[in-house]
Design a protein around this ligand. Structure first.
Ligand code: PYC
Length: 445
């Protein structure tokens, strides 16, 4: 255990150990528990709840600066504090926390990937998600539903079998099921042979489910703040300072901040942030659109995905259907919805579930996906000492938030990535060690 006033940090990319002084700002008082008793007490007394996280003054120096206040950045800050006692940490976001990919995804959780490395990694995230509500004292509304990836042709059926084999070898509950079993699980699906793309089978992954994505962000923010992390919203990073191959700090819209460790946890803007440090990454950014319907009575337990029809659907606890598609066909930073998308989506949804024809859409939106050549993320050190990345999350970043936070915190604390994420380093592109996950990316690209 580390002394209260001191912690030990290994400098990333080196083997030197640096002992640094404790954070000058004190640990904040623990927030009140969010239990039934507290609810009753607050209801009876009329006392307002304290803010879940505080606005702090931006200091001109921190031990660690994390760029991006989404689930990845906040989880990294939380695990730095909880697992390693490192609390002199600032999380910077150019908007409000969760305003990027963390608030725009369709909140699907699963670990039925294609490579053993991917399966192990996402399974650790599922483990963390399962106990997250208790760990954070925050109801993140995790709902285990079962996850079905439909196969409409022989080649996707073959990939489903391959994934099922890899999953089972890693101890993950996944199997290929036939149309009769699919119909039993999702009675509203059209499993007849008369459709344009008949369903031949599915990869069934019972542990998969959905969660309330905003709650995950807020829970991590509250937990990190309670342990002394500073969360700075409306604070845009405009430059990164590097001297003699080592990061020395960031420039922001609110002034410069020096830091020996800077972690890029952005999505959509990850290449722009890397450019500021002079680090090149093989990432291209594409919009991904999604939509939600009016609420209806619960009828859909499982999460249903069709890569061939470019659609996935789940029903929230409120009864809305959440739909998503594949990424838009051209790189862009646009986060606007398009009529073209809605038209295509509606057609595909009706091919799967014709009885939804009269359902009305409430709204649509887009998020930004940073695609890598092998459809796996990039995590770990870069050629700039002290500048680390947790980027390239394509269409699967939200489900990895807890594990990437835990692993990046461990990387910062130990000075090298833990074995779980070592295969995902930036060096794999130069060394030709790609981790092909396209077959498990859920949606066609
Ligand atoms: O990878 O499960 C997934 C997913 C769902 C929606 C977008 N990606």
């Amino acid at each position: 255990m580390l002394a209260v006033h001191e912690f030990v940090r290994l400098v990333p990319g080196r083997n030197a150990v640096a002992a640094v002084r404790a954070p000058s700002h004190p640990r904040r008082r623990r927030p009140p528990k969010y239990g039934a008793l507290a609810l009753l007490r607050h209801g009876l007394s009329g006392r307002p709840w304290p803010r879940a996280w505080a606005d702090q003054p931006l200091r001109d120096t921190y031990d660690v600066v994390i760029i991006g206040g989404g689930v990845h950045g906040l989880a990294a800050a939380y695990y730095l504090a909880v697992n390693h006692g490192i609390t002199d940490v600032a999380v910077l976001d150019k908007g409000y926390i969760g305003s990027g990919g963390s608030g725009r995804n369709t909140a699907i959780l699963r670990s039925n990937y294609l490579t053993p490395e991917g399966v192990r990694f996402y399974d650790r995230s599922m483990q963390l998600y399962r106990t997250l509500a208790a760990d954070l004292d925050y109801n993140v509304m995790f709902s285990r539903r079962g996850h079905l990836t439909l196969a409409h042709n022989d080649s996707s059926l073959r990939t489903m079998r391959w994934r099922a084999e890899v999953n089972q070898m890693q101890g993950i509950d996944s199997e290929v099921i036939d149309p009769a079993e699919i119909k039993r699980l999702v009675p509203y699906l059209d499993t007849s042979a008369e459709t344009r793309y008949p369903i031949l089978g599915a990869l069934y992954h019972p542990p998969g489910g959905i969660i309330r994505h905003d709650a995950v962000v807020w829970g991590y923010a509250r937990g990190a703040d309670a342990r002394g992390v500073h969360i700075h919203q409306d604070t845009e990073v405009t430059g990164i300072d590097v001297a003699h191959g080592k990061v020395t700090g960031v420039r922001t819209s609110r002034g410069p901040v020096s830091a020996p460790v800077v972690l890029n946890c952005t999505a959509g803007w990850s290449t722009l942030i890397c450019d500021m440090a002079g680090v090149q990454v093989p990432v291209q950014t594409f919009p991904l659109q999604a939509a939600v319907t009016e609420p209806v009575r619960p009828f859909l337990d499982a999460v249903v995905v069709s890569g061939s029809l470019h659609v996935y659907v789940s029903q929230t606890d409120r009864g809305e259907l959440v739909f998503g598609a594949s990424v838009d066909p051209y790189p862009s930073y646009s986060m606007r919805g398009s009529l073209d998308f809605i038209e295509g989506l509606a057609g595909h949804v009706l091919e799967l579930m014709p009885s939804l024809a009269r359902l009305r859409l409430l709204r649509q939106w887009a998020g930004l996906c940073d695609m890598t050549p092998d459809f796996s993320p990039i995590m770990g050190p870069t050629p700039v000492d002290g500048f680390l990345v947790d980027i390239g999350w394509g269409t699967y970043g939200f489900k990895a938030g807890p594990v990437s936070g835990e692993a990046m915190a461990a990387t910062i604390a130990a000075g090298k990535p833990p074995p779980l994420i070592a295969p995902f380093g930036l060096d794999r592109f130069a060394e030709g060690r790609l981790l092909g996950e396209k077959g498990a990316a859920s949606v066609g690209h």
